[in-house]
Design a protein around this ligand. Structure first.
Ligand SMILES: [Mg+2]
Length: 248
């Protein structure tokens, strides 16, 4: 499936191939399609496949061998066939701990849907996802004061070293298995026989959502180069000037 002799070019989407959440520009698409001929290309993004399809046309997507979505927890072929999906299995003890948080929080009411399994993660909310905008605001204010979400995340991170809990959005915390970020893309490709990787992203530094890729590249046996771009224009300039990259 992976041609080991060829470079694996991996691109982030938001801020790299497109402006965040925007469509790929027509002139960018033609530059990209011309350059892509004969190359082995991949996408790595935090978004899900539905959002990608809103941003990149079927012709644009067709040049990619695999599209890694949801921080690498899903891999799909351009026509939408799923080839990999990682589901986070919530440990029973964690379920009990979260239930205790839910029962014991001093926040005065609950609205329902407190646990939401998303691809590769669990989202947990004391007020619940049924909260209307006003109730959300009420919870956020209360949380700012009580630091409840931060305390819950710290509790989980201390008790479960294999998990990573973080405060996300305005009313919830996200819980993932450690390392289940974009770094999975590198492990997957290396496992499939990749030898050379070039990555282009806009958040490659620690704390950024492309950082997992850089971290795993450095740990791997792969030959690699990576480029942190400041905008899609910079990406297409790299491509146009043919400064991309390792010799094929
Ligand atoms: Mg990005």
């Amino acid at each position: 499936m992976i041609d080991s002799e060829k470079i694996c070019y991996i691109f982030d989407v938001d801020g790299t191939l497109t402006e965040p959440r925007e469509k790929m520009q027509d002139d960018h698409e033609s530059i990209f399609l011309e350059w892509a001929k004969g190359k082995q290309l991949f996408i790595s993004t935090g978004s899900d496949f539905i959002k990608i399809k809103e941003q990149i046309t079927p012709a644009g997507l067709s040049v990619f061998k695999l599209i890694f979505c949801c921080m690498g927890n899903e891999a799909l072929k351009p026509e939408g066939v799923m080839v990999r999906k990682f589901n986070f299995l919530v440990p029973e003890e964690l379920k009990r701990d979260l239930k205790d948080f839910l029962d014991n929080s001093a926040f005065p009411y609950r609205t329902g849907t407190h646990f939401e399994a998303r691809t590769g993660m669990l989202n947990f909310s004391i007020v619940g996802r049924q909260a209307n905008p006003e109730q959300r605001k009420e919870y956020t204010n209360w949380d700012n004061h009580s630091q409840e979400r931060l305390k819950m995340a710290q509790f989980i991170n201390n008790k479960y070293p294999e998990l990573e809990a973080s405060v996300g959005g305005s009313i919830s915390i996200d819980i993932i298995e450690k390392g289940c970020d974009k770094g999975q893309v590198i492990n997957y490709l290396e496992g499939m026989g990749a030898k050379k990787v070039v990555f282009v992203g806009d958040k490659c530094h620690p704390g950024g959502n492309d950082y997992g890729i850089i971290r795993e590249l450095k740990k791997s046996k792969l030959a690699f180069e990576w480029y942190n771009v400041s905008s899609p224009n910079e990406t297409y300039k790299l491509i146009k000037d043919n400064r991309v990259f390792l010799e094929d």
